[in-house]
Design a protein around this ligand. Structure first.
Ligand code: XMP
Length: 515
């Protein structure tokens, strides 16, 4: 892989994404990982990411300078650029010339990184210190008002770096610059293609499961469907898919799984009716993390139940030891699985798993981002109805009811959700919207007037968001006309709801779901 060394920046993940968009596999590694762990990964190139510190601070995250002597191509970004300059004998100083946000890069015309671009380029910066002198053997190829050395290159050593952030969208030609480093300076080839990814994952699953048997929890969403399809390719009918109807689903979800997934893969599917149990276990609970843990646990109990039924039916009585889940990279990171990452919420299939889990987990998508999963799904021939679906969380409507989950509240939210989905689709907005949670504020009441009378009902929140990977998101500017139709329909058609409000918060600071 191309290893992105994480100096504690929120950008490291994003850099790995951008490298993968250039069709080269990339992983993030902590800056203080021992050099053996690093060389064991056989890096094709190294990218030193940005970071929050000054290279002069006492607690500045360091890296082993031996990395620079491995004859591996290196690219430094922001803090990584400065750390690299310093380690190679250049000069870094606090010039007082801080730059935050958009600035202009003037390109000297030399080198490889900026070839093909106009003489000046908008770039996005965030720095206090600046490189004053490039290390020996490095050519300065760009500068900005606050950073006389804003880019340098040493083609012989296959090393380069930039002070600005090429990975963010505010640097319009950043991806081109990064790609030029990877292809032209590091000499790498684009091999991380959907077909290659699928092949590699199928091989890995076949290795892991051997001649064992597995079940896969299907949720109706993209991730579990693609995971199941991969495992089916690897082990054929030793896979049984299990769909748990936990009663927290949206309208039409159960039928859709039957129709689209089984229709396109021919996989074996067992449906478990567990709505009663889930509701009972959730009764009286309104704390979000408790809800998530209960749901994670009950999913596993349902899978166990399905497995013992299957064992009863199977003639050879062979056990099922593997549980396939469609866990994605962002789920892992956000459940506190990344290094040094805070636990924001326990995704039901990661932090929400019970401790006495008896299955071995098979998570073929654990290192992938959503768009990569979709590409693999298409590669495997899954229909667009599945791979193009907007995400819906495993815990379902339970984490969209702020307050206790009850059957009545679920029925109400299901209605409101269906109206919002129908109208957003009718307005042709599905492609602009990553997903649109519809949330019932069950513990909040407000006064309304409906049909000449006073009402004291609940608000429904619309949370349409646009995103690349759910790690960050912005609220979607849905046209007023569409919002008006949704609001009118929900307040007219859904009993006990007398207000519709719009969530206009990006992520961060808000998360996408309310719980
Ligand atoms: P947040 O709310 O963390 O959501 O910004 C990010 C993405 O993850 C989905 N999500 C989940 N998906 N199990 C899932 O399968 C979960 O427990 C879970 N929680 C959040 C959410 O819908 C969004 O796409």
């Amino acid at each position: 892989p191309v290893l992105v060394i994480d100096f504690g920046a929120q950008y490291a993940q994003l850099i790995a994404r951008r490298v993968r968009e250039a069709r080269i596999y990339s992983e993030v590694i902590a800056h203080d990982a021992p050099i053996e762990e690093f060389t064991a990964k056989n890096p094709l190139a190294v990218i030193l990411s940005g970071g929050p510190s000054s290279v002069y601070a006492d607690d500045a995250p360091a890296f082993d300078p031996a990395l620079l002597e491995l004859d591996v191509p290196v690219f430094g970004i922001c803090y990584g650029f400065q750390a690299m300059a310093q380690a190679l004998g250049g000069e870094v100083a606090n010039t007082g010339g801080r730059e935050f946000g958009r600035t202009t890069l003037s390109w000297t015309g030399d080198g490889i990184l900026h070839q093909g671009l106009t003489e000046t380029q908008p770039v996005w910066m965030s720095h206090n210190d600046a490189v004053q002198a490039a290390p020996e053997g490095f050519q300065v190829t760009g500068s900005t008002p606050g950073a006389p050395v804003a880019a340098f290159e040493n083609l012989e050593k296959r090393m380069a770096g930039v002070q600005y952030h090429p990975e963010v969208l505010h640097t319009p030609h950043g991806q081109q610059v990064l790609t030029r480093f990877l292809y032209e300076i590091a000499g790498l080839e684009a091999t991380w293609t959907p077909a290659n990814i699928a092949d590699a994952l199928i091989d890995a699953v076949a290795d892991q499961i051997g001649d064992g048997r597995a079940i896969c929890g299907l949720s109706g969403g993209v991730d579990s469907a693609v995971a199941a399809a991969l495992v089916q390719r690897a082990i054929g009918d030793r896979l049984t898919c299990v769909f748990v109807d936990h009663g927290l689903l949206r309208a039409g979800e159960r039928e859709q799984v039957q129709h689209d997934f089984v229709g396109s893969t021919g996989a074996k599917l067992v449906t478990v009716d567990a709505a009663g149990t889930f509701l009972e276990e959730l009764s009286g609970v309104s704390d979000p993390e408790t809800k998530r843990k209960i749901i994670g646990r009950e999913f596993i109990r349902s899978f166990e139940g399905a497995v013992s039924d299957l064992a009863g039916e199977s003639a050879d009585g062979e056990s099922i030891d593997f549980l396939v889940q469609g866990t994605l990279y962002p789920d892992v990171v956000e459940s506190g699985g990344g290094s040094g990452t805070a636990n924001i919420k326990s995704h039901h299939n990661v932090g929400g798993l019970p401790e006495d889990l008896e299955f071995s987990l098979v998570e073929p998508l654990r290192l992938l981002f959503k768009d990569e999963v979709r590409a693999v799904g298409r590669e495997l021939g899954l229909p667009e109805e599945i791979v193009g679906r907007q995400p819906f969380p495993g815990p379902g409507l339970a984490i969209r009811i702020v307050g206790e989950v009850t059957a009545d509240r679920l029925a109400l939210l299901r209605k409101a959700d269906l109206i919002a989905r129908e109208e957003l689709t009718a307005a042709g907005l599905d492609n602009q919207i990553w997903q649109c949670p519809v949330v019932l504020l069950a513990d909040v009441r407000s006064v309304g007037v409906q049909g000449d009378g006073r009402t004291y009902g609940h608000p429904i929140v619309l949370r349409p968001v646009s995103s690349e990977d759910a790690m960050t998101a912005d609220w979607t500017r849905v046209p007023y006309e569409t919002l008006e139709i949704i609001s009118t329909r929900i307040t007219n058609e859904v009993p006990d709801v007398n207000r519709v409000v719009l969530d206009v918060t990006s992520k961060p600071p808000g998360t996408i779901e309310w719980e």
